[in-house]
Structure formats: structure tokens, C-alpha cells
Design a protein around this ligand. Structure first.
Ligand code: NAI
Ligand code: MG
Length: 360
């Protein structure tokens, strides 16, 4: 890591579908921010993804992870294409990066923004941080298929929770809650899933007990989903397993306006490996290539990357710029606007310049 310096090498994988539209948009914004804040961001582009798969039969080269490991951060668009099964595309690129680089935290902010209409009737401000365990849980590789094609064909997939995995997610979430209201909600389902979920609850409770200012509420995930729709403004930090966190964060981004706005950080908090920054959304084949994609999820992920690399002022500047553009009525179709991706990006660049600190 080169945290202390202003020079950072960033691996860029635009990937598939709208990734190829929102990544260039976000890079333009990051370059503008970098020039204002004196940062030397060195972007290296990798053409990995479903097209690469079409040519080479794999999503990235055999030494892809070694190539990525040399960078300070990874900036990803999205992967997934109707031509390639998701088991190949996601498990050939994104999941190996998350696992091999021990990006065990997936941090997903859920926040209302001025100028963006929530589909909820009541419109109190929402500011939630979802901490999703990102390495194990329900997304395990343990399992298999038997008797393919026969009437008794069967499939088994085991959920794996480890004390190490649950406690480090809980620790991260508790530390985060301590910097906010101290209220932590843990998504559980221990009334139905009677082995792994009570274990999750126990390890979360033990871990959070070490943080005196933090209280944890264990909420059944079905009730928590309803809570996210009915009174999301009463929630602060949520810690959830891989599957529950995935679902709750799509729901969360929708109640704040659009999945196109939602950012995420896949973090290796120790800094032993690069962390990865990507929007919550996928490759959106239904709107790909039409200049309709909302670039904010990607740009906001870029702001999280700047923060992670040790540049909170640059991150706040970028964040204020897209918030200002939204407040002034700019936006893509998914949030009721009329701008194309290109026009919306231009409005954000204008806001970056307008908000630039005045230098003597
Ligand atoms: P999706 O997130 O790509 O799209 C869901 C809906 O939201 C679509 O109607 C789409 O048009 C809309 N949408 C998404 N992002 C938007 C944006 N920036 N602006 C405006 N509208 C936006 O999810 P879907 O359709 O389930 O998945 C498509 C592909 O993406 C699949 O192959 C899936 O596996 C993959 N995927 C990849 C992810 C990743 O790379 N991290 C995450 C989620 C899905
Ligand atoms: Mg998802």
C-alpha cells in the first residue's frame, strides 16, 4: 500500500454491460479530482470479463490475481452477460478476487440523497451502513450435485460460518457503530436455521460485548426486510451474512431511490491485499450500450476508494459534486431524470469544478 503518498496504482476492470459505460464516466471524475487535489492516480486497464471469456474460455488470465495483487486498489464495473452462465462469470472473476484477497468486508452505504425521490411514502432521511460478511456463509464452495437427469436428482450446498469469519465481520461492524450512534443490528434467522445462525448470533454477541458503547439487536432477517421498508431511518449499522447482506443491500438501495446509486467497498481491512471498489448493481444487459446507466454507484464507489487510499478531502469533494448535481435536478432515467450517462457525467464534472477549493 502507498497510503502515505499521493501516488496510487489502480487496476481497472470495466467488465461487462453498463460497466463499460459507468467506469469511463467515473474515471473521468476521478482524474478531475486527482488533478485538483494533487493526486497521482495511475490507472491500468484490464479487458477481462465475458468478451475475454468468449476469446479465451476464462474470465481472466491464469495469473490474473498475481497481476492485480501488484496494485493498491481495484476498480471494477460489473460482470455478467446473458451469453455466459453466472456460475462462470461471477465465480471466474469477482468471487476469486474477494476470497483470495481476503476482502472479508463488503461495506454498502444506504443513504437518501437530496433530489432523489424514495419510493417510500414517508420520506425521513436514511443513513445506514450495511456490513456484509463477504468470504464465507451461504456462498460456500462446499456441496455438489448427484443423480443428474434422474428423478431423484439432488443438490446440496453447505453454509460455512467460522469463528474467525463471523468475529472479524462483527468487529468491523462494531467499530463502525462506535463511531456513529452505537446501534448495531445483526441479521439472523436462528428460529429457522438452527445450527449456523445461533452460532452467528453467539459470536456476534461475544464480539460486540468488547465494545462498551455499542449495543446489538438481533433481528430476524424477514422482519428486518420489512423494517427496512417501513422504518429504515431507525436503523444505523447492520451486520449480515453473505446472502442476507446481499439481499438487504439491494432492498436498501431501492428504498433510497435506485440500485444505480448504490456503491460498495470490498475491503481487506489489514491491507495485506488490494481492496476492490464496485457499484452494487450488475451489468444491466437490459439497458447496456444505450447511454442510460446511472454512473453514481460507480462514482460513489470511487469516492470510497479515495477514502480508503487515505484521501478523505478528495473523497468528500467527489461526493459533494454528485450530490450537488442530483440536487440541481440532473439524473438518469432510473431516478426520474432525462439525462444520458454522458450528460449526467458532464453535470458532475461541472459540479467538481464549481466546488473546487480555492487555492492561493
Ligand atoms: P442488475 O443490477 O444488472 O440490474 C437490475 C435492474 O436495475 C435492471 O433493470 C437494470 O437496468 C437496473 N440497473 C442496474 N444498474 C443500473 C444503473 N447504473 N443505472 C440504471 N439502471 C440500473 O441485476 P441483474 O439484471 O439481476 O443482473 C445482470 C447481470 O449482472 C447478471 O449476469 C448478474 O449475475 C450480474 N451481476 C453482477 C454483479 C457484480 O458484478 N458485482 C452484481 C449483480 C449482478
Ligand atoms: Mg447483489
Amino acid at each position: 500500500m502507498t497510503n502515505e503518498t499521493s501516488r496510487h496504482s489502480i487496476a481497472v476492470i470495466a467488465g461487462d454491460g453498463i460497466g463499460k459505460e459507468v467506469v469511463p464516466s467515473a474515471i473521468t471524475c476521478l482524474e478531475r479530482i486527482a488533478s485538483i487535489h494533487g493526486l497521482d492516480l495511475v490507472f491500468t486497464y484490464f479487458d477481462w470479463g465475458s468478451d475475454f471469456y468468449g476469446r479465451h474460455g476464462r474470465m481472466m488470465p491464469i495469473d490474473g490475481l498475481d497481476q492485480l495483487a501488484r496494485h493498491d486498489a481495484i476498480f471494477l464495473g460489473a460482470v455478467g452477460s446473458p451469453e455466459v452462465p453466472d456460475t462462470e462469470s461471477l465465480w471466474g472473476l469477482l468471487i476469486p478476487i474477494r476470497r483470495e484477497f481476503q476482502q472479508y468486508i463488503n461495506l454498502r452505504p444506504v443513504k437518501t440523497l437530496d433530489g432523489v425521490k424514495s419510493p417510500l411514502a414517508a420520506a425521513n432521511p436514511i443513513d445506514i451502513l450495511i456490513v456484509r460478511e463477504n468470504n464465507e456463509g451461504e456462498y460456500s464452495e462446499v456441496g455438489g450435485r448427484m443423480y443428474r437427469g434422474l428423478p431423484h436428482e439432488s443438490a446440496v450446498q453447505e453454509t460455512i460460518f467460522t469463528r474467525l469469519g463471523v468475529s472479524r465481520a462483527a468487529r468491523y461492524a462494531a467499530a463502525l457503530a462506535a463511531t456513529r450512534t452505537g446501534r448495531l443490528t445483526s441479521a439472523t434467522k436462528s428460529n429457522g436455521i438452527v445450527h449456523t445462525m445461533p452460532f452467528w448470533d453467539e459470536v456476534v454477541a461475544e464480539t460486540v460485548a468488547q465494545y462498551p458503547g455499542v449495543t446489538v439487536t438481533h433481528e430476524l432477517v424477514d422482519a428486518l426486510a420489512a423494517h427496512l421498508v417501513l422504518k429504515p431511518w431507525t436503523l444505523d449499522v447492520i451486520v449480515a451474512s453473505n446472502l442476507f447482506g446481499d439481499i438487504l443491500s439491494d432492498l436498501g438501495s431501492s428504498v433510497t431511490g435506485s440500485i444505480g446509486l448504490a456503491p460498495s467497498a470490498n475491503l481487506n481491512p489489514e491491507g495485506d491485499f488490494p481492496s476492490l471498489f464496485e457499484p452494487v448493481h450488475g451489468s444491466a444487459p437490459d439497458i447496456a450500450g444505450k447511454n442510460l446507466a446511472n454512473p453514481v454507484g460507480q462514482i460513489w464507489s470511487g469516492a470510497m476508494m479515495l477514502e480508503h487510499l487515505g484521501h478523505p478531502d478528495a473523497a468528500a469533494h467527489l461526493q459533494s459534486a454528485f450530490e450537488s448535481a442530483l440536487r440541481h435536478g440532473h439524473g438518469t432515467r432510473d431516478i426520474g431524470g432525462t439525462s444520458t450517462t454522458t450528460e449526467f457525467t458532464q453535470a458532475i464534472l461541472t459540479a467538481i469544478d464549481a466546488l473546487a477549493p480555492v487555492t492561493a
